[in-house]
Design a protein around this ligand. Structure first.
Ligand SMILES: [Fe+2]
Length: 309
């Protein structure tokens, strides 16, 4: 067992020692050209065109947000008008896109005005459009409480209109031969019910793309703590922004066994084609063991075209 796999005192054992996981993924090839990622796999018969957008960081607000100004102030500098996002979706539809997915941090804070306008964009979109939260969507900086509780509270208070009645912690969407599973990983920490949900969805055997906000850890990106779900160094000592973001600090003991179990469920499934994520604000692509992780640039749509090998 290597150093990264050893359980340190008080810590859950990291999954990295088992990397790469036993079963190969099903991507025959992964190609990035311009704004399109092409994934070829023998698991699909009909091609499918998915569009992903993350980190638009709208700071849309109005007089109703006055009460929360002290909590929204630092993040109030973003764009407010969502006309550009509507145009992006129209362009995607015209070019043959079948579904769009917003992977979190579309809002800088959960203002009523921001949620109303984003919900209208989703509702009026020219193609099926789905949303999952990022760490900023539900966060008014400086409100006391554990992140997992604040997320639950503000999703219930504000964000619910964005989900079209689906479960904010995780839901699946079929697009042709492919399933897109959206899971909220915006606290970096996974809940036991999310592990069970992912396991159930993957067990159906349908070729699946996992859409999340925070990228999953891959061992050669250990220097980047924000590839944080399952990252063995994700802990209080490596948390650079807790004071700036006025939030609960990451735990001293790092991830628990549940989050590592989620990581393992994802990367051990033979029908998990890959992961699309946001959060980093810089595009990157990792291909490994028949799978991919594609991280989106800030606010720019990217197409994932899944076609037969
Ligand atoms: Fe983020």
């Amino acid at each position: 067992m290597g150093l990264t796999g050893m359980a340190r005192a008080g810590r859950a054992e990291t999954p990295a020692a088992a990397w790469p996981l036993g079963k190969m993924g099903a991507c025959a090839s992964v190609t990035l050209e311009g704004e399109r990622l092409t994934v070829r796999t023998p698991l699909v018969r009909t091609a499918c065109r998915l569009t992903f957008v993350g980190d638009a960081h709208y700071a849309t607000d109005d007089a109703r947000g006055e009460l929360y100004r002290q909590y929204s102030k630092r993040m109030s500098g973003g764009p407010r008008d969502m006309a550009g996002l509507r145009k992006d979706l129209e362009r995607v539809k015209r070019s043959g896109g079948q579904a769009a997915f917003f992977l979190g941090d579309m809002l800088n804070f959960p203002s009523e005005a921001g949620v109303e306008r984003l919900a209208a964009v989703i509702r009026q979109a020219p193609l099926p459009t789905h949303y999952v939260a990022g760490n900023h969507d539900w966060h008014y900086e400086g409100l006391p409480g554990a992140e997992v509780d604040l997320r639950a509270e503000w999703i219930k208070k504000r964000l619910l209109p964005l989900y079209g009645g689906r479960d904010p912690m995780g839901y699946a969407v079929r697009v042709g031969d492919v399933k897109v599973v959206l899971v909220d990983d915006s606290t970096y920490r996974m809940l036991p019910e999310q592990v069970a949900f992912l396991r159930r969805e993957l067990a159906e055997g349908v070729p699946t793309v996992l859409g999340v906000h925070v990228p999953l850890y891959v061992p050669w990106r250990r220097a980047d703590i924000f590839f944080g779900v399952g990252h063995p160094d994700w802990d209080a000592a490596h948390d650079p922004y807790w004071e700036i973001e006025r939030r609960e600090r990451w735990p001293v003991d790092g991830h628990d066994a549940t989050t590592y179990a989620f990581w393992r469920e994802a990367f051990a499934a033979p029908n998990l084609l890959g992961v699309v994520a946001g959060h980093i604000h810089a595009q990157s692509l990792d291909c490994f063991h028949g799978r991919f992780q594609f991280v989106l640039p800030k606010a720019q749509p990217r197409e994932v075209w899944i076609t037969t090998a």
